[in-house]
Design a protein around this ligand. Structure first.
Ligand code: NAD
Length: 252
């Protein structure tokens, strides 16, 4: 018996890093998984590997959300889980961030999370409930100077998540909504940031795995295991919570 048997899940930004690990972990536990991304070649190949399905989607495009949810209901009959994971990060502080970078960051993180939650709730309600998992960051808790727009977007996701959780609790629709706040996790996004901020290339170290551990950088699966818990019925009493996955970075 898998922990996700019988459940249908959508994971956005699933062609890389955390989204890919989330999709794999949910599929391993028996979920029918729909992976979405703009990187179609990689997304399609990964979906095949995981026994999942692939749907092309730019999450910032509102129109794609109705199509995605309708297609999921038509092909798989229900929607139980939405992981709003897709994201980008510009390395730019308050003095450097351009208006274009600001708007693009908010579009991909905040707008998309809003569109996704709004599209998923009626579909989940048809099946008697569900679990929405919004990928935030420790940037939402502490603010990170060289990630101005990103910190603002992730802070918005944190507050939006709680607002949705309270609404769903009051509506008694069986839907839970929680946010996940990873610290540094070894994905292309973090590798690019390390290179841009410190000129440091993890892949070029003699032992990248030992270096990753020494630097306190987690693995995508560390976050995927939290996503799995929130997606499964094991977390049925967890709603509006901010689940930090950072090995204590924000408490030291
Ligand atoms: N890696 C970390 O340390 C870390 C920490 C905290 C939060 N996060 C968050 O986790 C999520 C995933 O990050 P990651 O590290 O795996 O990054 P990543 O760059 O490895 O993967 C991001 C994925 O999102 C996709 N994407 C980008 N724009 C998109 C769009 N408009 N529509 C659809 N897909 C789009 C990309 O194609 C890519 O597949 C992001 O929301 C990120 O902010 C990551």
């Amino acid at each position: 018996m898998g922990r996700m048997d019988g459940k249908v899940a959508i994971v956005t930004g699933a062609a890389s890093g955390l989204g890919s690990a989330d999709a794999q972990r949910l599929a391993e536990e028996g979920a029918t998984v729909v992976m979405t991304d703009i990187n179609d070649d990689v997304g399609t190949a990964l979906a095949k590997d995981y026994g999942a399905h692939y749907f092309h989607q730019d999450v910032s495009d509102e129109a794609t959300w109705g199509l995605l949810v309708a297609d999921t209901l038509k092909k798989h009959g229900r929607l139980d889980v939405l992981v709003n994971n897709a994201g980008i990060a510009y390395v730019a502080n308050i003095e450097e961030t351009t208006t274009e970078q600001w708007r693009r960051t908010l579009a991909i993180h905040l707008d998309a999370t809003f569109f996704g939650c709004q599209a998923a709730i009626p579909a989940m309600q048809q099946g008697g409930g569900g679990s929405i998992i919004n990928m935030s960051s420790t940037a939402a808790l502490v603010g990170i100077a060289p990630y101005l727009a990103y910190s603002a977007a992730k802070g918005g996701i944190r507050a939006m998540t709680k607002s949705i959780a309270i609404h769903c609790r009051e509506a008694k629709n069986g839907i839970r909504c929680n946010s996940v706040h990873p610290g540094s996790i070894s994905t292309p996004m973090v590798h690019q940031a390390l290179e841009s901020l410190q000129g440091f290339k993890l892949q070029e170290q003699d032992d990248p795995e030992a270096t990753r551990k020494a630097m306190g950088i987690g693995e995508p699966r560390d976050v995927a295991n939290m996503v799995l818990f929130l997606a499964s019925d094991e977390s049925k009493h967890v709603n509006g919570a901010e689940m930090v996955v950072d090995n204590g970075d924000t408490v030291v």
